[in-house]
Design a protein around this ligand. Structure first.
Ligand code: ADP
Ligand code: ZN
Length: 727
């Protein structure tokens, strides 16, 4: 009988808590319990029993378990503990973040349906003659099909013997009274030759863990490839009727077509997981996953934390997408955890993209991932031609140059659709006084207010502050404020004036706020009606618009001169993804990129559309600069009511890091790019090293130091391992 339980509590401390197990109480790791904490009581989750390093002190007793079975199975618990260590986040917060809200609050969890065991008809010739107990159990199972573990034990067999039979594929576990749990017979897709070759190569490593990177240009048919691969993995699974598959996607609302394609093949076996689910939906899907129901879960980031029972494969679609990294709280990368999860489950994982992240590209180059290529578009579509438009000293209207306007003309005349990408929402990003030249700034942030014309107001895109447009300049009091520069709204209105006959459809966060609105807006585009699409990032993701034959990028220069070292990588991915929206149909397409830097080597290289060579160049630059993925990085951030407080905290850390013998270089501290956001003054410090364990140890020491020496008055800090964004 265990006497001590090590328990995760939902508290922001980097430790687990030990409790005494009262006599007569039996606990299992993974169970929820109620425990006393100071003068309060709280919910906890048992992580370990009788740990090898018990504390030398009197412990408080566990009060009550909430159920007598583990809510969180072993694999999920191990994953979370590993992630808590790797990302240096309080383990209790990680564990509780992975529970559906209802279970976090202590609501009852439903018991997984009981499972029973069956002998399979696999070949017994690989069962060695000396495995006497296994042979006996197999004979017993053939005489007593469908018995639960308890009966098997009662018949005198151990769990170990049973598990050995299962490993050999001779016995299988199944949910009792399972009837609806079968896979629909879906029509098979006829893959083209390239897809078929990749499919064979994906299957080549056979059973077990393997990580693959599928570099497939936009429109090369990656989704079809995933679907066929998934079908084969399910068919090859030891127990197809318990097989589970995870498909991670960046944002479900942006890719209803992908979801629909999966549904045609797997019907009711599809489950979804995303931020718009309510608490009931969350609990129900979580429970289906926990119970081991056969399903394909299509989900965003946090779907990687669900308690899968029997994963047979994982797909991470658009693996380069920034949304896989959580930017606050438990700052994990779902893509990286997917690799760990697949390793844990002994199953393959596919990362797929037309523009792989440099991290994954690097891993493929180092042969840590198998690299597969799909370099032709499926069907008859060809890749668009890409040209630069030099906009130095050209008159622009609404950000549009004459050559781009002309190209739009031609596109519309041909009855086709045009798509224009601009990276700012709103009407204009700056409102400035004619007299004194002062821009109107957010009172709470070091940022300018954006003018939104549709509701005639000024808004801060960093803190959400909004205000009416003043009549006079807040600085000099003169009249004559002027909106400068353009966002999606302005480009939309200029286009509407210039092309009065053609609908202009604007896609950004403002125009698609209401649920279902995006689909409504895109309906005419999908029907192939002539139109001009104007939008932000949202347009660059995954859509398949066969009628679009022209894509325009209004301003490519921001990414070239970004203060984030990932700026050029993100620009390259964006250009290729936006270009990928053009010419998916049979009529081909073209892409125009407006820039003041038409001689820039990155842009000229991008015009070839050859992402692998762009990625190689960028990777080489990173290697020369010693930046990730050629090294490892951790950021420590601080924010406080004054910049001096933030910097003081980080200065202290910098001194400690520099005094340590660890081979880690210290960059900063320096103020964040937006140094003041919602009246908090933000700064950061970066640690960089070739030696991941040394970097990890140093970061861990600093976190512990900060936990023990809590900074005073309103200073908050956070650690970000493998940071993806440095603003
Ligand atoms: P990606 O995800 O690589 O951008 P998609 O999977 O969306 O590409 O495929 C692009 C288009 O090609 C889709 O309309 C898809 O239906 C079509 N397609 C994919 N594979 C095939 C195939 N083997 N034969 C015919 N059309 C295909
Ligand atoms: Zn603000």
């Amino acid at each position: 009988m265990a006497t001590l339980a090590r328990i995760a509590l939902p508290r922001a401390v980097r430790q687990l808590f030990d409790y005494r197990i009262p006599e007569g109480m039996t606990l299992t790791p993974g169970q929820r319990v109620r425990v006393p904490l100071g003068k309060q009581r709280t919910l906890g989750l048992v992580m370990e029993l009788d740990p090898p390093d018990p504390p030398d002190m009197t412990l408080k007793p566990v009060e009550t378990p909430l159920e007598d079975w583990p809510v969180l199975p072993d694999d999920a618990r191990e994953l979370l503990l590993w992630a808590a260590r790797y990302y240096q986040h309080p383990p209790g917060e990680c564990v509780f973040a992975a529970l559906p809200p209802a279970l976090r609050r202590g609501a009852p969890a439903s018991l997984p349906r009981p499972t029973v065991w069956l002998a399979t008809d696999a070949d017994i010739s690989n069962l060695p003659t000396q495995a006497r107990r296994q042979r006996e159990l197999l004979a017993w199972l053939n005489q007593h099909p469908g018995q639960p573990l308890t009966s098997i034990k009662a018949a005198g067999f151990t769990r170990e013997v049973l598990k050995n039979l299962e490993k050999r594929g001779l016995a299988t576990e199944r949910t009792a009274s399972e009837d609806a749990c079968t896979w629909p017979d879906a029509p098979s897709i006829e893959l083209n030759r390239d897809q078929a070759t990749v499919l064979d190569n994906l299957n080549a490593p056979g059973e077990g863990f393997a990580s693959h990177l599928v570099f497939g240009i936009t429109g090369s048919g990656k989704t079809e490839l995933y679907i066929e691969f998934i079908k084969q993995r399910i068919a090859a699974a030891r127990d197809p009727d318990r097989a589970q598959v995870l498909v991670l996607v960046p944002e479900i609302s942006l890719t209803p077509q992908t979801l629909a394609r999966f549904e045609t093949h797997f019907g009711a076996r599809i489950a979804v997981w995303h931020s718009a689910l309510n608490a009931t939906e969350r609990l129900s899907t979580w429970t289906r996953v926990r119970e081991g129901e056969p399903l394909i879960l299509i989900g965003t980031r946090s779907a990687v934390l669900l308690p899968y029972a029997n994963l047979v494969t994982i797909v991470v679609d658009e693996e380069h997408d920034g949304s896989y990294k959580q930017m606050e709280g438990f700052r994990y990368s779902a893509r990286d955890l997917a690799i760990y999860r697949a390793w844990q489950s002994g199953c393959p994982v596919i990362l797929g993209s037309a523009t792989p992240s440099l991290e994954s590209w690097h891993n493929a180059r180092k042969q840590r991932y198998h690299l597969h290529r799909l370099e032709r578009r499926a069907g008859n579509a060809t890749l668009p031609r890409t040209d630069l438009v030099d906009v130095r000293s050209r008159p622009l209207s609404g950000g549009l140059s004459p050559p781009l306007l002309e190209a739009i003309d031609q596109t519309l005349e041909a009855g086709d659709q045009a798509l224009l990408f601009i990276n700012r929402r709103g009407f204009s990003p700056v409102v400035m006084c004619f007299e004194c030249g002062a821009p109107i700034e957010c009172p709470h942030c070091d940022a300018r207010l954006t003018y939104h014309r549709y509701d005639n107001c000024l808004r801060c895109h960093h803190c959400g502050h909004q205000q009416a447009v003043p009549r006079t300049c807040p600085e000099c009091g003169k009249e004559g404020l002027n909106a400068v520069g353009q966002g999606t709204e302005k480009t939309e209105s200029v286009l509407a004036e210039r092309f009065p006959e053609t609908p202009v459809i604007r896609i950004d966060r403002d125009s698609t706020r209401r649920r279902g609105r995006l689909d409504e807006l895109l309906a005419p585009v999908r029907r192939g009606e002539p139109c001009i699409l104007v939008g932000t990032q949202m347009l660059a993701k995954g859509h398949d618009f066969p009628g679009v034959t022209l894509a325009g990028i209004l301003d490519a220069d921001g990414g070239l001169f970004s203060s984030d070292f990932r700026g050029p990588e993100h620009l390259a991915q964006l250009v290729i993804q936006v270009s990928g929206r053009a010419g998916r149909g049979e009529r081909g397409g073209r892409v125009l990129i407006q820039t003041c830097q038409s001689g820039h080597p990155l842009l000229t290289q991008l015009c070839t559309g050859d992402y692998p060579s762009v990625a190689d160049t960028l990777l080489q630059e990173r290697e020369e600069a010693g930046l990730p993925p050629a090294s490892f990085m951790t950021a420590l951030r601080a924010e406080a009511p004054t910049m001096a407080d933030s910097l003081a905290l980080l200065d202290d850390l910098a001194r400690r890091a520099e005094a340590s013998p660890a081979p880690v270089s210290v960059l900063g501290p320096f103020p964040a790019i937006i140094a003041r956001k919602a009246n908090r003054h933000r700064a950061q410090i970066l640690f960089q090293s070739q030696d991941r364990p040394a970097l990890h140890r140093l970061t861990n020491q600093l976190c512990r130091y900060l936990e023990q020496n809590r900074p005073a008055g309103g200073v908050r800090w956070a650690v970000d391992v493998d940071p993806q964004s440095l603003d």
